[in-house]
Design a protein around this ligand. Structure first.
Ligand code: TYM
Length: 332
């Protein structure tokens, strides 16, 4: 069993990333062999400033370490230091079908009305994501709900490659997404129908790991809600997307079921609930953000951690890359 997952080093790590993926990453490092990476090669699919990408890659590494990733337990690296990711992507582009990529909703969302002007990398991005996990024979991929479609594509590519070129053997393992039930899709604080996202132009829509206590309190106080008090049962949250999102966040941090949260807050208004929510988020993020501040400017430590992880990743990826070249009949 092997766990592989990645995060784009664009902007801040936010509460959606944390509850949707990173918290699971940290848990899994005690249970299985884990590889986690900064998807810096994915980040060039959108317009970017090179110096910012470098800084963001270091910052995201610091944020992951601050969240509890331990480089003695898990392998942490950035893709750009492991050329096998880009190499395997090219090998897989012969197997991935245009029709499959045309169905990817993220390309549609990110390219918007300007499809002709989108980069080719934005279109082929999911093939690189397939390479990321297939390269290591990943069995488990902890992600939020929004990555499910990409993981299904990775399975389709693996299956077709195995069938077409495996000669009776499986070159690639079919990866299984691990999506947390309760926190698969944390929504924006401003709009209960949009996911919390780094690319939302409004910073008020998300809680960043680096936000201080006052900012967190003010964002939660200003979060969109409805005028009704909280219900006493989870069913009462149906049709109340914003309330459901906030209660879900509280329950996740309290490590309890939504029903338990509602048994305490049912009948109360948001005037009582919001400060309680802010408090539990602040309490949880405080040690993480302290550790982040200590680490973020220590380029030497972060550089050394990423170099160590990349060396290990290069070693682990080599046999699968070699098998893929050979299966395709490419002389090396
Ligand atoms: P990214 O950088 O957008 O997000 C990192 C992780 O956070 C999860 N996530 C969320 N979960 C719940 N609610 C939200 N609002 C929310 N927003 C983000 C994402 O699902 C993800 O797990 N393409 C990927 C990075 C990637 C990758 C991979 C992941 C590249 N290669 C291989 C897994 C395996 C991405 O852009 O994630």
């Amino acid at each position: 069993m092997r766990v592989v997952s990645g995060i784009q080093p664009t902007g801040n790590l936010h509460l959606g990333n944390y509850l949707g993926a990173i918290r699971n990453w940290v848990k899994m490092q005690d249970e299985m062999e884990c590889l986690y990476f900064l998807a810096d090669l994915h980040a060039i699919s959108m317009p970017h400033v090179p110096s910012e990408l470098t800084a963001n890659t270091r910052e995201m590494a610091a944020a992951l370490l601050a969240c509890g990733l331990d480089t003695d337990k898990a392998i942490l690296f950035n893709q750009a230091q492991v050329p096998a990711h880009a190499e395997l992507q090219w090998l897989l582009t012969g197997t991935a079908r245009m029709g499959w990529l045309n169905r990817m909703t993220q390309f549609k969302d990110k390219s918007g009305k300007n499809r002709e002007g989108a980069s080719i990398a934005l279109f082929t991005y999911p093939v690189l994501q397939a390479a990321d996990v297939l390269l290591y024979q990943a069995t488990h991929v902890p992600v939020g709900e929004d990555q499910k479609q990409h993981l299904e594509l990775a399975r389709d590519i693996a299956q077709k490659f195995n069938t077409d070129f495996g000669n009776g053997k499986d070159i690639f393992t079919l990866p299984n997404p691990i999506i947390p039930k309760a926190t698969a899709r944390i929504m924006s604080l401003r709009d209960g129908s949009a996911k919390m996202s780094k690319s939302d132009p409004s910073d008020m829509s998300r809680i960043n790991l680096t936000d201080d206590a006052d900012t967190i309190l003010s964002k939660i106080k200003k979060a969109k809600t409805d005028p009704e008090p909280l219900p006493s049962e989870p069913d009462g949250l149906e049709g109340r997307a914003e309330a459901k999102n906030l209660v879900g966040i509280y329950a996740a941090f309290a490590d309890e079921a939504v029903a338990d949260t509602l048994s305490r807050f049912g009948g109360q208004g948001f005037g009582t609930f919001k400060p309680a929510l802010a408090e539990i988020v602040v309490e949880h993020f405080r040690p993480i953000s302290t550790r982040f501040s200590e680490l973020k400017d220590d380029h030497e430590q972060i550089g050394a951690a990423l170099a160590k992880g990349a060396a290990k990743a290069r070693e682990l990826s080599a046999p699968t890359l070699k098998a893929a070249y050979a299966a395709l009949g490419l002389l090396r």
